[in-house]
Design a protein around this ligand. Structure first.
Ligand code: NAP
Length: 258
């Protein structure tokens, strides 16, 4: 069995995904840096990892496309011969951020394809490969980590499709956790709060103010590294008797107080 574990990180080229790729590479995993449209960003992540002595490749694939998901898995297996970790991180926000009374099917379709259908069928595909690899003794176990959001429970009336996909990621995590436990594959949900990235750049001023006012107890922006550390803890097997759990990385936003 080759020593190096292999992680596929969807949307690994920017923001939270980039932080996860870099953290997993620091742990010694070989990383498949998936991206959809920006090869320059993915190449930069790969270059940084290889310059530090790690192993990484960039892999273009729209997670919403069945053909692209197949090619992502094929490229991973052709290059590294195994897959130990899948991080379903790629995601997009609601297109146009329209009020729930004005929301469009165009946004619904692309948000559901990217944030829910893609992760579901990629998980199904990768889980089957992991089961085969475990059966052949090529890998000892598997880990699947789904990145949801505080939008899984917090209502934003101008991002209905986004909120619904993130709520569904919770059930998807439980379904696969239940199904895959006997195969030695643990499945987790990591739920970030507001994290500084390209996705949140357009709403920076709004959140600067809300954070200063104490919208969540730890009064600062979340950073991609905060999410990456949680993923790293799960990948390092610090929760071997846990599966189907959700880990909040949100500065305490989920707390209710009186
Ligand atoms: P981001 O900065 O906008 O980066 C998105 C990444 O996903 C990019 O690497 C992008 O690649 C990739 N991507 C987009 N559509 C894709 C597709 N169809 N197929 C494959 N890759 C695709 O976003 P982020 O803020 O890091 O968010 C990452 C994840 O965390 C998302 O699931 C998001 O919902 C979740 N999240 C974010 C926050 C936050 O505050 N930022 C909070 C909670 C949850 P290209 O550049 O090549 O398009």
């Amino acid at each position: 069995m080759p020593e190096t574990r292999v992680a596929v990180v969807t949307g690994g080229s920017r923001g939270i995904g980039r932080g996860i790729c870099e953290e997993l590479a620091r742990l010694g995993l070989a990383v498949v840096v998936n991206y959809a449209t920006r090869p320059d960003a993915a190449d930069e992540v790969v270059a940084g990892i290889t310059a530090s002595g790690g192993r990484a490749i960039a892999a273009k694939a729209n997670v919403g496309s069945a053909e692209d998901r197949d090619s992502l898995v094929a490229k991973t297996l052709e290059t590294f011969g195994r897959v130990d970790v899948l991080v379903n991180n790629a995601g997009i926000t609601s297109q146009g951020r329209k009020d729930v009374l004005e929301a469009t099917e165009e946004s619904w379709n692309v948000v559901f394809d990217t944030n829910l259908k893609g992760p579901f069928f990629l998980t199904q595909r990768v889980a089957n490969e992991m089961i085969r690899l475990i059966g052949e003794g090529a890998i000892p176990s598997g880990k699947i980590i789904n990145i949801s959001s505080l939008s899984r429970f917090a209502v934003s009336v101008n991002r209905a499709d986004y909120c619904m996909t993130k709520a569904a990621i919770g059930m998807m995590t439980k379904l696969f956790a239940q199904r895959l436990a006997e195969q030695n594959i643990n499945v987790y949900e990591v739920s970030p709060g507001v994290i500084a990235s390209d996705m949140t750049a357009p709403v920076k001023e709004k959140y600067d103010k809300l954070i200063a006012e104490g919208l969540w107890p730890i009064r600062r922006w979340g950073q991609p590294d905060d999410v990456a550390k949680a993923v790293a803890a799960l990948v390092q097997d610090y929760f071997p008797f846990s599966t189907g759990d959700v880990f909040n990385v949100d500065g305490g936003f989920h707390l209710r107080s009186l």
